[in-house]
Design a binder for this molecule. Structure first.
Ligand code: NAP
Ligand code: LUD
Length: 320
């Protein structure tokens, strides 16, 4: 069944033997994320009326002043405000030390009125900061990014209901769900094995009963692996690396990539492209996510979802 969020792009000729087939259906992250945010807004209103003004609360911790992080954080703060989540942005200077970052995390961990804490990555400091040490310092009960060992370990073992699932893979699953294509028994290929995208995506597809191949920079035969994918999720950070010719006819293609490439026709002198060559891949895929407007907005929506879930768990615990 095709969901409302997936819109048929257009019909076109393949050029081969004059036969006609449909070109990929676009899976809109903008529309799907709006739907999630509207649902969450209602849930938060219900919580507030049932528990005398109670609201979920989120802290976003940033070190430094990267343009991309500033953009993503402002999108997160805006989404939170619209939903009714109280969100606070803590910005440490780019001269901050590992110890100061850890101290900030500890103080938020100990604050019972905060339900979610994320540390925006990458950390931007002139001092060396161990990212794993930082993400593991976040209390697992507040780790709405799902990046701590505890939550990642639970996900890798299939304990999906007791952990926070990282926002980008969770958003990708939601987009796959929107296509109506079942993951069960399908061959899924993930490109990338990072802690934030590839590795949790592998786990999530596996425990949703796909057979999963995970590729990385040492995989020798990427086009061949891609060609076997009924479901393809790409998070490599390589502009337009996956070519349409590699893609299996009818596959679901989810592109996490956010890459800036020069474009003289734009006032900014650049534009954003994914890790998939969209023009050629949309000629073969059954479904495809655009960049922008695909996975990015879903990352933000799923952070809101995890924050509301964390607040709900907090309420349940405090009522016991
Ligand atoms: P990352 O930490 O740099 O990881 C990239 C992964 O891709 C690594 O596992 C790497 O392999 C693999 N890789 C790199 N080049 C490859 C190649 N030529 N062939 C096969 N595999 C290759 O990046 P990330 O944080 O996962 O992000 C990946 C992309 O997603 C970036 O464009 C990023 O901006 C984007 N992103 C988007 C969102 C969103 O919300 N849309 C969220 C997070 C990230 P090795 O492990 O062998 O090095
Ligand atoms: N760190 C993330 N670092 C970077 N795109 C995001 C992201 C929104 N701890 C931690 O927020 O989940 C995270 N947790 N990440 N990211 C990337 C990653 C993190 C990426 C894109 C967007 C958040 C987004 O809204 C829009 C789109 O794709 O349509 C706009 C893209 C653009 O640059 O124009």
């Amino acid at each position: 069944m095709l969901s409302w969020a997936a819109h048929s792009l257009r019909l076109g000729a393949t050029g081969c033997q004059g036969s006609w087939r449909s070109i990929a259906t676009i899976i809109s992250g903008n529309k799907t994320s709006k739907m999630v945010r509207e649902r969450l807004k209602k849930e938060v209103e219900k919580m507030a009326s049932q528990f005398s003004g109670f609201r979920p609360s989120l802290v976003v911790l940033q070190a430094g002043d990267r343009d991309d992080s500033n953009l993503y954080i402002s999108t997160k703060l805006r989404a939170a405000a619209e939903i009714g989540i109280e969100a606070k942005h803590i910005r440490l200077p780019n001269t901050t030390t590992q110890e100061e970052v850890l101290q900030s995390i500890m103080s938020v961990n100990e604050n019972p009125s905060v339900h979610g804490l994320i540390v925006q990555l990458p950390l931007d400091s002139v001092n060396h900061i161990d990212t794993d040490l930082v993400t593991n310092a976040v209390s697992p009960q507040k780790d709405v990014d799902g990046l701590s060992c505890i939550n990642a370990g639970k996900l890798s073992r299939g304990d999906l209901s007791s952990c926070f699932i990282p926002c980008t893979p969770s958003g990708c699953m939601e987009l796959i769900r929107q296509t109506g294509v079942s993951v069960v028994g399908k061959h899924a290929v993930v490109i990338g094995r990072s802690k934030i995208v590839g590795a949790p995506m592998h786990d999530l597809l596996l425990w949703n009963h796909a057979t999963v191949t995970t590729c990385h920079s040492k995989t020798p035969d990427l086009p061949e692996q891609v060609g076997r994918a009924d479901i393809l999720v790409v998070g490599a950070g390589r502009a337009e690396m996956v070519r349409g010719e590699w893609v299996k006819e009818g596959a679901v293609v989810i592109d996490c990539g956010i890459n800036h490439v020069p474009d003289e026709t734009k006032a900014s002198g650049k534009r954003v492209v994914g890790d998939v060559h969209y023009a050629s891949a949309s000629q073969r895929a059954g479904y495809i996510t655009p960049v922008p407007g695909g996975v990015g907005p879903m990352t933000v929506a799923m952070l809101m979802e995890n924050t509301v879930q964390s607040a709900q768990r907090f309420l349940l615990k405090s009522r016991r």
